[in-house]
Each structure stands twice: as structure tokens, then as C-alpha cells.
Design a protein around this ligand. Structure first.
Ligand code: XUL
Ligand code: MN
Length: 344
């Protein structure tokens, strides 16, 4: 079964363990070394923030940025890897403190626009047509501080500008309800798809669904995926897990709630996710307690769990499921699923 899915992750998923309350606990692994780990871990797709590919890009000219991104593309080729997507990192610069596209300050919005153009140049140099938009600070801590109607208009304007800048790119919006903001303007997949309908070419706007983000919105990730699949909008996924409504934990896929993970693999497999070239993307972090030499297990374990759950989805007795649905015996259906997950 393995081999039907292509897997991806971003270099930030191998990290040093810093959190808001404490510094790094592991040494950094140099970018080139991380790329060498991809194939060994069973991955062929690399997800990028723009400055993962071109660090310090705000201090470089447009030409310098493209040159550096092309160098990264050559390294990818030599490692047998491809870039899945590039995402503008619009939440660290001082000019994005109050949001990027939705900032109240026109000079800050202009910075975001220019930075996004460079992101698209990088995507082009890395030979990917997919751009992910995690709209990190497009929200508020204080409802009265920004106008939510104007904010949506401004995000639409920014997306239209991207669509016009490169007529070939597709944009996957990664919805998240909170963190770093109290509330964001695009909290769920439904919001992302509806936002796309306001844009100049809705066919080029879809979603990147992260399991943890859906859970933080109080939703079931597999239902979010079903919604996107029904709209033909599931451009990518960020599989991981999450223990309740707290900070974004980015746990190993399936490590918290195996059944919830099973339902995600089941719907993805059932509706041929990946056949159109989509990657099974992971956005997982090693626990802070993990020692450096074993700090990539969360990635290979997530992949293994995904593939085992695909097998379980395929070996589930479908006739029995249909029969129990017909009888409306959902208690027995519940037991069937539990038994199946327990190997009984
Ligand atoms: C944030 C998050 C990001 C995006 C890419 O919660 O998931 O890493 O996936 O910008
Ligand atoms: Mn993510």
C-alpha cells in the first residue's frame, strides 16, 4: 500500500524545542543536513516558508532572492526532492505586528504585498505552483481594534494581487481559529472556501487543512476534509494531533486520538486524495523533552501511523458497516470500529 501516497513536511518540523516559556534545548540542524534526512525518513516533498528557502530575504534584492531560491532548487533536485509549496512568513517582522494584509497601517500592508511578491518569485524558482497562506496575525486581540468587514475585503484584495502577479499559482488557505491572535478572520475551512468565492478566480483558491487547527475550532478534522473534498478544494493537508482546546501542540499524527486520525486517513483514501498530485503533509513537532539524536521520530512515526491507518481503513468490513447503518445500530457500529482499531 505504501508508495501510493507522497509525504511532505517543512524544515521547521525538525526544531530546537524552544517554547514561549523557555529557550532551545537541542542544537540546530543545518538546512542542508535536514534536506538529506527527508528521503531517509520516507519523505519526498519539502514545504517551505519563503525564508526557509531564502533566509534574511528582507535584506536582499529581488534578483538575489531568485538566485538563492534557484540554488535551493538545485539542492532539492540532487536530493531527489520536490517543493510542495511556499508560504509567506508574515508574522515575525515588526511591520506585521498588527496583521499583514489587514494591518491598519497602509505602509505595513504595502510591505506585506511586496514580501508576498517575493514569496511568489521563490515559489517559481523552486518550481511549485502551490502557495499556502496561514493568515497568522490577520485577526485581533481586541474586537474594536480592527473592522472585520474591511479585514476580509483587504485579504481578498491581497489574494487578487497574488493571482494577478502569477497567473499559474494556486493558493491553499490554512485556516486556524486562534494563536497567535485571540480570534482570526479565517478560522475554519468553510471560511477559507467562502473567502475564495470572493476572489477574482475562485478555481485557484482552496484549503490546506491542519488537524490541530480544526480541533482548536471545536471541529472534527475529517469532517473539515469532507467539506473541502465536496468542494474540490482540498489542495493540501497538515496532519498532526492535538489534546483538547489549548495551544497548537502539533503532536504526532494519531498519537492523541487514534480514531480521529483513522477517520482522516479513511476519508482521504476513500476520495482518492493524492491522485491529483497532492501530498500528505505533516505539521508535527517533537516533544521538547526529546534528545537531539532521536528528534525526528515524530516524522517517521506519523508517516507509519498514517500508512497503518490506511490499511485499517481498507480492511474495514464495509458490508458490515452498511448493514449496521441500515439497521441504525450505531452502538454496534461503534464497537465494530473500536474492535477493528484494536485488531480484534
Ligand atoms: C501555524 C502553522 C504554520 C503553517 C505554515 O500554526 O501551522 O506552520 O502550517 O505557515
Ligand atoms: Mn500548519
Amino acid at each position: 500500500m505504501s508508495g501510493e501516497f507522497r509525504f511532505s513536511f517543512g524544515p521547521w518540523n525538525i526544531h530546537e524545542g524552544a517554547d514561549p516559556f523557555g529557550p532551545a534545548v537541542r542544537d540546530s540542524i543545518e538546512f542542508g543536513k535536514k534536506l538529506k534526512m527527508y528521503r531517509q525518513l520516507g519523505f519526498e516533498g519539502v514545504q517551505f516558508h519563503d525564508d526557509d528557502a531564502v533566509p534574511g530575504m528582507d535584506g536582499l534584492s529581488g534578483e538575489q532572492i531568485i538566485k538563492k531560491a534557484k540554488e535551493v532548487h538545485s539542492i532539492l533536485e540532487s536530493e531527489g526532492l520536490v517543493a510542495e509549496f511556499v508560504a509567506p512568513r508574515l508574522w515575525e517582522d515588526a511591520r506585521t505586528i498588527d496583521g499583514a494584509y489587514t494591518s491598519n497601517d497602509p505602509a505595513c500592508r504595502e510591505y506585506a504585498r511586496q514580501r508576498t511578491h517575493r514569496t511568489l518569485d521563490i515559489a517559481n524558482a523552486l518550481d511549485t505552483k502551490l502557495v499556502v497562506l496561514w493568515l497568522a496575525r490577520e485577526g485581533t486581540y481586541l474586537r474594536e481594534a480592527k473592522d472585520s468587514k474591511v479585514a476580509v475585503d483587504r485579504i481578498v484584495e491581497a489574494i487578487n494581487d497574488m493571482l494577478a502577479y502569477n497567473p499559474e499559482i494556486k493558493i491553499a488557505i490554512e485556516a486556524k481559529p486562534n494563536e497567535p491572535m485571540d480570534h482570526t478572520y479565517i478560522p475554519t475551512t468553510g471560511h477559507a472556501i467562502a473567502l475564495g468565492l470572493l476572489c477574482d478566480d475562485p478555481s485557484r483558491i482552496g484549503a490546506n487543512i491542519e488537524s490541530a487547527h480544526a480541533i482548536l475550532a471545536g471541529l472534527d478534522p475529517s469532517d473539515e476534509m469532507g467539506f473541502a473534498l465536496a468542494h474540490k478544494k482540498l489542495f493540501s493537508v497538515h496532519l498532526n494531533d492535538q489534546n483538547g482546546l489549548k495551544f497548537d501542540e502539533d503532536r504526532t499524527f494519531g498519537a492523541v486520538d487514534l480514531r480521529r486520525a483513522f477517520n482522516q486517513t479513511r476519508i482521504l483514501d476513500q476520495y482518492d486524495y493524492g491522485r491529483g498530485g497532492e501530498f500528505v503533509g505533516l505539521d508535527v513537532k517533537a516533544m521538547r523533552t526529546q534528545k537531539l539524536e532521536v528528534s525526528t521520530k515524530h516524522l517517521s512515526n506519523s508517516r507509519t501511523i498514517f500508512l497503518r491507518l490506511v490499511e485499517l481503513a481498507r480492511t474495514l468490513d464495509k458490508n458490515k458497516v452498511e448493514e449496521l447503518i441500515g439497521q441504525r445500530d450505531y452502538e454496534e457500529l461503534d464497537m465494530l470500529i473500536i474492535n477493528h482499531l484494536m485488531g480484534k
